[in-house]
Design a protein around this ligand. Structure first.
Ligand SMILES: [Zn+2]
Ligand SMILES: [Zn+2]
Length: 254
């Protein structure tokens, strides 16, 4: 499968876009502002969205995507854990912020269908499969393991340190790419801790446990902090090799 990075920043400004990855043509992981870079035709081809968690930077394009190209025939299928679906129903598709697209234009043929996903559950994609893995973000959240025909890619989602991520990475025999968040520089470690994100001082000890042979790319850097975070992350030699900042429009094949 081809993975195209539509957005991978922890914020906006100067062309930065928030998290969204396009898998082949029909699947998204997260629907942050990166989705706004797609053409209408590209948006029309999207059939399934896999959401990591309900924070705005990961879902903000979801209502506008459906408003722009939704037809209800068939509905857009949004996969998420039950707590995330409940949050989206209660706080977003509630008529106050946006229409309830599970009933628009009709309840029989709506724009939106939610599909509950359990942590550890795998969903078949055309040419691959995706599994929800645990995350540690202070509220219900997941990351995703994407298995293609040639290799696997692991995306941490928003998370602070937790064993599940590294157990999944080290247990995946054909893991080629790890996309892991590191939102803040060390000077903002207290903020990172309070918001359940990584900073270099917490990520580097975990990365030292990663088996060799995996390319590591850093995502979700907060705007303006990118250079400081990457300087701190690359100051130390790691067995996994050089760490690089994930960039918009980067492509992976798995
Ligand atoms: Zn978050
Ligand atoms: Zn985020």
């Amino acid at each position: 499968m081809k993975v195209r990075v539509l957005g991978c920043s922890g914020g906006i400004g100067g062309g930065r876009q928030t998290t969204s990855f396009l898998l082949d043509d029909a699947f998204l992981i997260d629907a942050g502002s990166g989705v706004t870079r797609l053409t209408l035709e590209e948006m029309r081809r999207i059939r399934h969205v896999f959401i990591t968690h309900s924070h705005l930077d990961h879902i903000l394009a979801l209502p506008l995507l459906m408003d722009s190209v939704g037809t209800g025939a068939p509905p857009l299928i949004v996969h998420a854990i039950p707590e995330v679906i409940a949050a989206l129903r209660q706080h977003l598709f509630n008529w106050a912020l946006w229409p309830d697209f599970e009933k628009v234009p009709t309840a029989e043929q709506p724009f939106l269908h939610f599909a509950e996903l359990a942590i550890g559950e795998t969903v078949d994609l055309d040419g691959g499969e995706i599994t929800a893995i645990p995350a540690h973000h202070g509220r219900p959240a997941v990351g995703y393991l994407l298995r293609g025909e040639s290799a696997s890619l692991l995306f941490s989602g928003d998370t602070a340190s937790h064993d599940g991520l590294w157990q999944t990475a080290n247990g995946c025999a054909d893991l080629r790419y790890l996309l892991v968040e590191c939102s803040f520089c060390n000077a903002r470690r207290a903020v990172a801790g309070a918001a359940y994100h990584y900073c270099p001082e917490t990520l580097l000890p975990d990365l030292a446990r990663l088996k060799p042979g995996v390319e590591v790319w850093i995502s979700h850097l907060k705007p303006g902090g990118e250079a400081a975070i990457m300087t701190e992350l690359t100051a130390k030699h790691l067995p996994c090799g050089p760490l690089r900042a994930l960039e918009q429009d980067q492509n992976f094949v798995v």
